[in-house]
Design a protein around this ligand. Structure first.
Ligand SMILES: [Zn+2]
Length: 358
């Protein structure tokens, strides 16, 4: 859950910075012939302004309140044009596609049919930021989260505060992530669940706690975890998630990976799945593999062999990935970067069917 949340996330150095808020006004004008949808989108825009307290390091979500659940469940075919901005289309649908469950495409370029919702309250979990309507996933992801939540108390972790899964039909999001598109990714806060049911308002405004000693961007910074915040229970929870056979990867800040490398004194195979990445010190990101039967779902390559606690981690903890480079005096001012939003045509064809299904 960070704007630097990357996607293919297989290797370092290919940092994907996410685009800004959606081009709703443009879409609105283009859809003026469709008053019902345009009305819903206008409401979305208004709501995004009203919920301006997201997780740290993320832009406000353009999500809708529950009263929009009555908005059209599938988009009109006339709105679903190949050149349309995909995140605007997927961000506008408020309910899952009533099709067989299927993760379609790749983690950062795809969509989701037949999503199920993770209940906003469970015995040992609570979903945060309900206004975003992102508690949707492939049934296998929802089942995995329920398993992990059920295991949590025995690990010394009271329960899960769950951040974003996916939109009801997956796809690119209007803010915050480049992955989370096919219903196989979920963010879990590194803050334990309080022993009471949080109000809707608290779930919007409560902030997660960073596990780090300080900012990573300063030269010579200690990028490790703060022992006043990081506990063995954090480590046990992430280890349990990594040991789940369906989980293929977990993304954490390298300082957290370092803490996990030090924590494990026994069998270290699970550490291979825990990958260092930018952000991810307020939450960790769990990714499951393509479920059987999801035709057109593309798995990532397996992580490199080994526990990942050696040279790669040392490099991640050095200044090089973090400290901004000083521009050379001869450098011309950078030309403004044109943000290109993914269009529907970039996604698998089946995602068009997912958008219109009703
Ligand atoms: Zn995530």
């Amino acid at each position: 859950m960070t704007r630097m949340h990357a996607a293919a996330i297989a290797s370092r150095g290919r940092l994907v910075r996410l685009s800004g808020l959606p081009g709703l006004p443009g879409l609105l004008s283009g859809l003026s012939r469709l008053p019902l949808l345009a009305g819903a989108l206008a409401a979305l825009a208004a709501v995004s302004a009203a919920h301006a307290t997201p997780l740290p390091r993320e832009k406000p979500a353009a999500a809708a309140p529950l009263q929009l659940a009555a908005a059209p469940s599938g988009l009109p075919a006339s709105a679903v044009r190949p050149g349309a901005v995909a995140k605007d289309l997927f961000g506008a649908v408020r309910a899952p596609a009533p099709l067989a469950a299927r993760a379609i495409g790749s983690y950062a370029k795809g969509c989701l049919a037949g999503a199920t919702a993770l209940a906003v309250d469970g015995p040992t979990w609570q979903v945060m930021r309900l206004s975003r309507n992102r508690n949707w996933g492939h049934p296998h992801l929802v089942a995995m989260l329920q398993r992990l939540a059920g295991d949590a108390p025995a690990l010394g972790w009271s329960g899960l505060l769950v951040g974003d899964l996916a939109q009801p039909r997956g796809g690119p999001m209007t803010s915050g992530h480049s992955s989370h598109q096919i219903g196989l990714d979920a963010d879990i806060w590194l803050t334990p669940m309080p022993g009471r049911t949080l109000s809707r308002e608290e779930r919007e405004t409560m902030t997660a706690i960073s596990m780090l000693k300080g900012p990573s961007e300063l030269p010579g910074a200690d990028r490790g975890v703060d022992p006043a915040k990081w506990t063995d229970s954090h480590a046990r929870l992430i280890r349990r998630a990594a040991q789940d056979p369906q989980v293929s990867r977990i993304f954490v800040h390298p300082g957290i990976k370092q803490a996990l490398c030090r924590f494990e004194t026994g069998e270290r195979g699970w550490l291979r799945k825990v990958r260092p990445w930018w952000g991810h010190h307020y939450h960790f990101h769990v990714r499951i593999a393509c479920p059987a039967g999801s035709i057109g779902c593309k798995d990532q390559d397996a992580p490199p062999p080994g526990d990942g606690c050696g040279a790669e981690l040392v490099s991640w903890l050095s200044d090089e990935p973090w400290v901004p480079k000083k521009p050379k005096k001869t450098d011309k001012p950078a030309a403004p970067v044109q943000k290109k939003h993914m269009t529907l045509s970039a996604l698998p064809e089946a995602c068009t069917e997912v958008l219109v299904a009703r």
